[in-house]
Structure formats: C-alpha cells, structure tokens
Design a protein around this ligand. Sequence first.
Ligand code: NAD
Length: 286
Amino acid sequence: MSAVLIDGKALSARKREEIKKKCEIFEQEYGRKICLAVVLVGNDPASEVYVRNKIRGCEATDIRSLSFTLPQTASQNDVEQLICALSADESVDGILVQLPLPKGLDEDRILNLIPPEKDVDGFHPVNVGKLLLGKETIVACTPMGVMTMLRDNDISVAGKNAVVIGRSNIVGKPMAMLLLRDHATVTICHSRTKNLKEICKNADILVAAIGKPEFVTADMVKDGAVVIDVGINRVNGKLKGDVDFDSVKEKASYITPVPGGVGPMTITTLLENTYLCGVRRERAKS
Ligand code: NAD
C-alpha cells in the first residue's frame, strides 16, 4: 500500500485565496485593512527568512504588514516599549515577535506583554489556557495547520488513537489539546517515554514533532495509520522530516511530505489567525 500524500502546498494556496477574499470583505465592512505587526530583534539569518516569508504571505492575502527590526543590542526596555506601542495602536490586529530572541532578553515577559486578542501565534498563557479549557481562542499556527490538513482530507479524529511525539509548548502540547478537543484518545510521547515503538504502533494518527531526522521508521507505524510529519531538519543541505518517508509511506494511509507538508500551512495559519484577531477585535467593539 502506498499512502495518499497530504499536499500542504496546494492546500495552503487554496486557503490563502479564501483568506484574501475574507480580508477584502473585512475592508469593505470596516473601512480598513487587517494589519499584522512583525517584530524581529537581531540578525539571525533563519529568522530573517521566516519574517520575509510572513510578510510575503501578508502581501498575498491583502493583509497590511508593519515590519520592525531592532538591533541585536536592543535592550529589554526597547523591545517592551515597541510591544506596548503596538498593543495600544488600534489599527494593529496582530503582533508577532519572531523567536528566538537574542540571549539576555526575557522572552516570556515580552510574549506576555502582547495582548491576548492580538496574539497571532497563540503563545500567550491566556490563549493557551483557553485552548486547555476548550474555549474559542487563537491556537499556535503549526498544530492548527495540521488540524486544517486533517479536516481537508476528511480524516475524522473522533474516537481514534492519536499519538503525538514531542511535548513542546509550540507544537506537541497544543497539538495534543486540539486532537483531544476533536475527541481523539491522545497519548503524548517525549524523550523519556518508555516503549515508544509499541505506543506508536497503536496510533491511528501519528504526529511526529521531535526534531530528529527520519526518527519514525516503518516498524513504528500501524498499517493504515495517518502520519503527520512536523519535523524540519537540515541534513547535508536538504530538508528532512522526522519520519522516514520512503518506508513509512508504504504502511500509512495518509502522509505529509517534507518539504511541502506541514511547513507551508504554518504561515497560512498565521494569516488566518491574523484575520481572526481582526474580526474578533471589531466584533468586540460593537
Ligand atoms: P523541541 O525541541 O522544542 O521539542 C522536541 C520534542 O521532541 C521534545 O518534547 C522532546 O521530548 C521530544 N523528543 C526528543 N527526542 C526524543 C526521543 N528520542 N523520543 C521521543 N521524543 C523525543 O522542538 P519543536 O519546536 O516542538 O519542533 C519539533 C520539530 O518540528 C523540529 O524539527 C522543528 O524544526 C519542527 N517545526 C516545524 C514547524 C513547521 O512549520 N513545520 C514549526 C515548528 C517546529
């Protein structure tokens, strides 16, 4: 058996068209564009690429973007002042601080300064708490993008055994909460999990968010499982996922490729989150 490929690139292109239309309607209704402010501190090359791609995503979906670059030497106070100004700016719907921040800056303090209603990354404790409580909120982009991919392929998670490998705050934990919210029976695995292979073999839906190239091999996968590969690892200049794609695709029913799977959906979900923040802020006024 060879798995159906879940094409994140194609889905992302379709979703961007939808977001663009929604943003145009927003502008007609409220007389202004949805606006995302992106803050980059320092000159980490990978972060610069991510920020550029996010701004390009805004351009493609009719979202106004504001880009702020602070020097590597920026103080905690410099960054906090900028976040406070953007928080107070009525025309800004979403604030994104590109991570990681240079050493010496207090990341938690900075992220917690972003008002929850402008927290397009879904990292604020209030939004994380709402996710845990099953309330309407803004959810971290990567796991939310995975849920969109499952839904788009008519993959129901209710009652299924879902296994998430990885427990980071930005991927593993919110991923598990979203699967639970949609009624899966969820197991979270991590670096200290015993019998990982046996647990994975029981998964109808297996999500790998580990950061180790080709870690998940065919012997860890149940026949017919849906396998989602969140990993992005650079090996000899090539991108590799956390899943050994060639062997696992022969066992899985659905699989995401790397590149072209979860990655493209992450930025598209950021754009969707920005739209949602704009709409909810406007509705809260009336
Ligand atoms: P992280 O380093 O914060 O977390 C990795 C997790 O893997 C940890 O919880 C750890 O316990 C677990 N782990 C490590 N070794 C393990 C082992 N031997 N067995 C079981 N579990 C183990 O990483 P992250 O930020 O969650 O990212 C995970 C991967 O996803 C990385 O490759 C990252 O580049 C990628 N990523 C991709 C996107 C995207 O848009 N596609 C977004 C974010 C992260």
